[in-house]
Write a protein that binds this ligand. Structure first.
Ligand code: MN
Length: 230
């Protein structure tokens, strides 16, 4: 966070403890997935509520494999501009645009609810219908339109769900998105126990004055607040 100070208070006024267990070693090779899966399983087995920081969205598949090995299939609340349901993207079935196709094929999700979507094409609409994905498109967004999910709950938060005005430091800018406050309002309405979360697609090379990093840090804190109050 450079020279900026970090405020430790939460919106719900609870105290929290955050333990950084370090980075999973990433080599951009096929062995990455196994290490991510193992780290997720270890975190879940320790009794913690792990919050994983990406990285692009491809990391969500091995994270869920690790958590589901411990908890069984999860209800997933997925914030994103994109549904990430491509069977394969640019010839890659493990691309950043495909994790939720694999997650649904592997039956890792009991229910997948996507919020903030504003790039649904025909292929991805067909994929969503095939897998029974529940999509709340951005154009129909209001916090109370988001289904309240049962537990165990996993939250996957792609920072590009936000309007670029709030989060310019992402790889795939898609205008017309949510505000930081609207994401927090959705979280506020959920009730289920959280077993894990990820915050992905922050791209520091494209950030301005640390704006997006600051937003991501806010979400880390508030996900801790969520986990402590449900
Ligand atoms: Mn996205």
């Amino acid at each position: 966070m450079g020279n900026a100070s970090t405020e430790t208070g939460l919106e719900r006024g609870v105290d929290f403890t955050l333990r950084d267990v370090g980075d999973v070693q990433i080599e951009e090779s096929d062995s990455d997935d196994g290490r991510i899966e193992a780290a997720a399983h270890d975190a879940a087995s320790s009794g913690a509520v792990p919050v994983f920081l990406g990285g692009d969205h491809s990391v969500t598949l091995p994270i869920l494999q690790g958590l589901v090995r411990r908890h069984g299939p999860l209800n997933i609340l997925h914030f994103d501009a994109h549904p990430d349901l491509y069977h394969s993207f640019e010839g890659n079935p493990r691309s950043h645009a495909s994790p939720f196709a694999r997650i649904m094929e592997e039956r890792l999700a009991t229910r997948l609810v996507q919020v903030g979507i504003r790039t649904l094409n025909r292929h991805q609409r067909e994929q969503a219908e095939r897998f029974g994905v529940e999509i709340l498109p951005m154009r129909a967004f209001e916090p109370r339109a988001v289904p309240v999910l049962c537990g165990p709950l996993y939250i996957s938060l792609d920072i590009d769900v936000l309007d670029p005005a709030f989060a310019p430091g992402v790889s795939h800018l898609e205008p017309g998105g949510l505000s930081v406050r609207e994401v927090l309002n959705v979280l506020d309405l959920q009730r289920a126990a959280l077993v894990g979360a990820d915050i992905v697609e922050l791209n520091p090379d494209r950030d301005l004055h640390g704006m997006t990093a600051t937003v991501a840090a806010k979400f880390v804190k508030e996900l801790c607040g969520y986990a402590l109050t449900r």
